[in-house]
Ligand binder design. Structure first.
Ligand SMILES: [Mn+2]
Length: 424
């Protein structure tokens, strides 16, 4: 299914008066509103192909119906999101779940939906049918060079596929680690992983980036070989200038100060990108901003401050991706909510009075520092985000229009009720 321009126009027309009233108030409150809108229009968040189907837990998976059955249908789904919010103009693929059959056809389909290919994701956390070696005891860290070589070759193959699609980054997330004390020699596991990453790094094309994602625990429960930002930074520093650390919000131990991590990685020029999601307990993969919107704002506050300090372009300097997958919502509704939450936090961060904050920090005026940040956080910026969306042809209320147009019902009709997205 495709959403037509006249459908968006009719929806927007209905909400026009209310929006005008709310936006003119917001514009009167913020002198830099036009500058903010310009940045919002540029800002795009990549949708991961694996979030388009209903996720599951280790206890079960409840299919949602109308899920994409192929890479083409996944691109179609992201196209629907982008048509509605004009802020989801990229898709992040996962190999081997999304291997294209015809690269040119896939590229032109993506172009038809105004989508580009964001970072490619490799998979050495599962055994694939027909592969010679098992990753049960790790991949890039494995004690057996033959297993490591299989994992290295897979990553190089993913780079090759990404080149054919016009992507320019590889994300490596490893499940490598150990479940019990004594199982691994930490130093050897690190060395093996580093040597394997060096071989992958050597295969990167000139303009490519390598993102090394870390995770504190799970599926391994005693140690993880890229367990935190310090370990990731060690690898990326040793690898070279094309290697960066990737921060997934759900991959920290409870109460970690993620905004401080972000700030220091940016300072070192080693922050590569983000996987947005939210969590209450662990790697819950919940909708961005659904649990801790203040934390999301504080992260964006550091991002904006840190990127501006280094002259980094907000839209293109880092990789912005969602990594969530929920099991009780319509995945497309969930993604619309995540993108909206990210845009709201980014907007609030753009409204922080930086000059006043610098003065308050310099004077150790702690109460004022808090006031300045919370003033921005408590500002209702929904009309500003909506205005940016309207100016680029998006829907005033993407989720509302999604329901008005009965998108899910249409997808079920076209694809069937009992479809399972490839890879899930
Ligand atoms: Mn992730």
């Amino acid at each position: 299914m495709e959403i037509e321009k006249y459908q968006i126009d009719a929806h927007n027309h209905k909400l026009e008066n209310e929006h005008e009233r709310r936006f003119s108030f917001a514009a009167s409150e913020h002198a830099n509103v036009e500058e903010v809108i310009g940045k919002l229009i540029q800002f795009q968040i990549a949708i991961p192909s694996w979030a388009l189907g209903t996720g599951g837990t280790r206890f079960g998976r409840f299919s949602g119906g109308g899920e994409p059955r192929s890479l083409e249908e996944k691109i179609e789904d992201v196209g629907l999101l982008h048509k509605l919010n004009q802020a989801s103009g990229a898709i992040s693929l996962h190999i081997p779940w999304d291997i294209p059959q015809d690269y040119e056809a896939i590229k032109s389909l993506a172009a038809h939906h105004s989508l580009r290919f964001d970072a490619m994701n490799s998979n050495t956390f599962q055994d694939q049918a027909g592969s010679a070696h098992s990753y049960k005891f790790g991949s890039l860290q494995h004690v057996d060079k033959a297993v490591r070589q299989q994992a290295i070759d897979h990553n190089i193959e993913v780079i090759r596929q990404g080149v054919a699609l016009g992507s320019d980054a590889l994300t490596v997330w490893l499940a490598d680690g150990s479940c019990f004390p004594g199982q691994l020699n930490f130093r050897k596991a690190f060395q093996n992983t580093l040597e394997s990453l060096q071989e992958i790094y050597a295969a990167l094309p000139e303009q490519w980036k390598l993102f090394v994602e870390y995770k504190a625990f799970e599926p391994n429960f005693y140690s993880t070989t890229v367990g935190d930002w310090g370990q990731s930074l060690l690898y990326t520093t040793k690898l070279g200038p094309k290697a960066f650390t990737l921060v997934d919000l759900g991959h920290h131990l409870p109460n970690a100060n993620i905004e401080q991590i972000v700030s220091l990685l940016l300072m070192e020029g080693k922050l590569g990108g983000f996987h947005f999601n939210d969590s209450k307990y662990g790697d819950d993969d919940l909708t961005a901003g659904s649990m801790k919107p203040y934390q999301l704002f504080l992260i964006f506050n550091e991002l904006v401050e840190g990127m501006d300090a280094k002259g980094i372009d907000h839209a293109t300097g880092l990789g912005w991706m969602i990594d969530a997958s929920h099991n009780v919502k319509d995945p497309l509704e969930d993604l619309l909510q995540s993108v909206e939450a990210i845009m709201l936090s980014y907007t609030q961060a753009l409204l922080v009075d930086r000059k006043a904050l610098v003065i308050a920090q310099q004077e150790n005026d702690v109460a004022s520092c808090q006031e300045i940040l919370q003033h921005a956080f408590r500002t209702d910026v929904r009309a500003i985000v909506q205005e940016a969306r309207l100016r680029t042809g998006g829907a005033a209320q993407p989720l509302e229009l999604y329901r008005e147009l009965k998108v899910r019902e249409n997808l079920i009709q076209a694809r069937g009720l009992k479809t399972v997205a490839t890879g899930l």
